[in-house]
Design a protein around this ligand. Structure first.
Ligand SMILES: Nc1ncnc2c1ncn2[C@@H]1O[C@H](COP(=O)(O)OP(=O)(O)O)[C@@H](O)[C@H]1O
Ligand SMILES: [Mg+2]
Length: 356
């Protein structure tokens, strides 16, 4: 089927007069039970051509037997440029870069970390569930394009796909009282990892702006699970996601605190207000003896407070229930029995609510 699709698409001419496939306008083409997904990418100076091309591509695909739907992400090629330096007095609350984009929520909260594996996604998800349990309308935007976790954490899996409304806006998936959107629901994992920086950024921006959060009325809080690290992509995503504020997740080790410091500088560069730091896997809470063992040492968060005057929002213990819940799509925060771990997440949630 894909051969036929390529054939049809190549009959549409790019502004340069070549077939769309030949000229590299079509990227990341996949087919799944009749649903065709692709990225339509034009050179920056051909951005105007994207809308008519998209319409032509849609029409051509719809006419093909066996095609049940299309999902087209449009992007322009730009050279990866670092985010522009913020003005001397960076505004505390950033507006989306494109003013036409509706705000997805009253408050957009980023969850960042200087490096991967510190439990950023697990913390973001449980925090979101805790916020939703307070009666707030909460969503998660999984912006970790290279390692999306929301399909796993939600238990929905990467085969789950968002529906589209009649204006082709994506309707977020739902689980645990949350609205969810992840690049992991849109493209196969292996195709996202070969995307170049600018494509990733553009795709994410569309994910952010073309999603019908809260049925179009917007949410109370949108939690953005940012990709780990502090490189250009992270910087630009933090900027594009128009964060109102952010928290940083770290583990207690010294080394991780150095990474956390880098995370702090990145957020400062884009003028995002940092609410504070969460120390995750902070001591092992032994379910047999009930004692907290400080396996990784302690005090990284206190050091951050001393060095950068960043608030300490709380510590989440390392527990089996967090790990098992995360890996089985049953986040610990949705259990009704209140455990020490749940109390730790609730404390974190209260600390955040009192600061936004
Ligand atoms: N507090 C915790 N206790 C036990 N396991 C945890 C805890 N936080 C995270 N994990 C586990 O650590 C691993 C990495 O967490 P994840 O949230 O994916 O990290 P990141 O998003 O920073 O890469 C996962 O297997 C997760 O279940
Ligand atoms: Mg993650």
């Amino acid at each position: 089927m894909l051969d036929q699709v390529r054939d049809v698409l190549n009959r549409i001419k790019s502004p340069e007069g070549q077939g769309l496939v030949e000229s590299g306008y079509i990227q990341g083409l996949t087919e799944d039970r009749g649903l065709i997904r692709l990225v339509l990418e034009a050179p920056a100076d051909r951005a105007n051509a994207l809308a008519p091309l998209k319409a032509a591509v849609e029409d051509a695909l719809k006419a093909l037997p066996g095609v049940s739907g299309t999902q087209i992400i449009t992007t322009t090629q730009t050279t990866s440029k670092p985010a522009p330096e913020p003005a001397a007095e960076a505004p505390e609350r950033r507006k989306p870069a494109d003013a036409k984009l509706p705000r997805p929520a009253k408050h957009v909260l980023g969850v960042a970390s200087g490096k991967g594996g510190v439990g950023k996604s697990t913390t973001a998800y449980n925090l979101a569930v805790a916020l939703a349990r307070d009666g707030l309308k909460v969503g998660i935007l999984d912006a970790d394009i290279y390692g999306p976790s929301v399909p796993l954490l939600s238990g929905l899996g990467s085969d789950a796909k968002p529906d589209l409304d009649d204006k082709k806006r994506m309707i977020p998936l739902k689980a645990h009282g949350l609205e969810l959107m992840s690049i992991g629901f849109l493209v196969p994992q292996d195709s996202a990892t070969v995307w170049r920086g600018p494509m990733v950024q553009n795709a994410l921006f569309q994910l952010y702006g073309s999603t019908l959060w809260g049925g179009g009325a917007g949410l109370d809080v949108l939690v953005v699970d940012l990709p780990p690290g502090t490189g250009d992509i992270q910087l630009s995503l933090a900027q594009q996601s128009a964060l109102d504020s952010a928290i940083i997740v770290t583990t207690p080790q010294d080394l991780s605190m150095i990474d956390a410091l880098k995370g702090v500088s990145m957020l400062e560069k884009v003028g995002t207000r940092i609410l504070g730091v969460v120390e995750n896997m902070s001591g092992f809470l032994c379910s047999n003896c009930g004692i907290v063992h400080q396996i990784f040492g302690a005090g990284a968060a206190q050091k951050l407070k001393d060095l950068k005057n960043i608030d300490f929002l709380g510590a989440i213990p390392l527990t089996l229930e967090v790990r098992e819940g995360a890996d089985s799509g049953n986040p610990v925060m949705q259990n009704t029995v209140e455990t020490e771990t749940q109390k730790a997440y609730l404390h974190l949630k209260d600390g955040i609510l009192s600061r936004i």
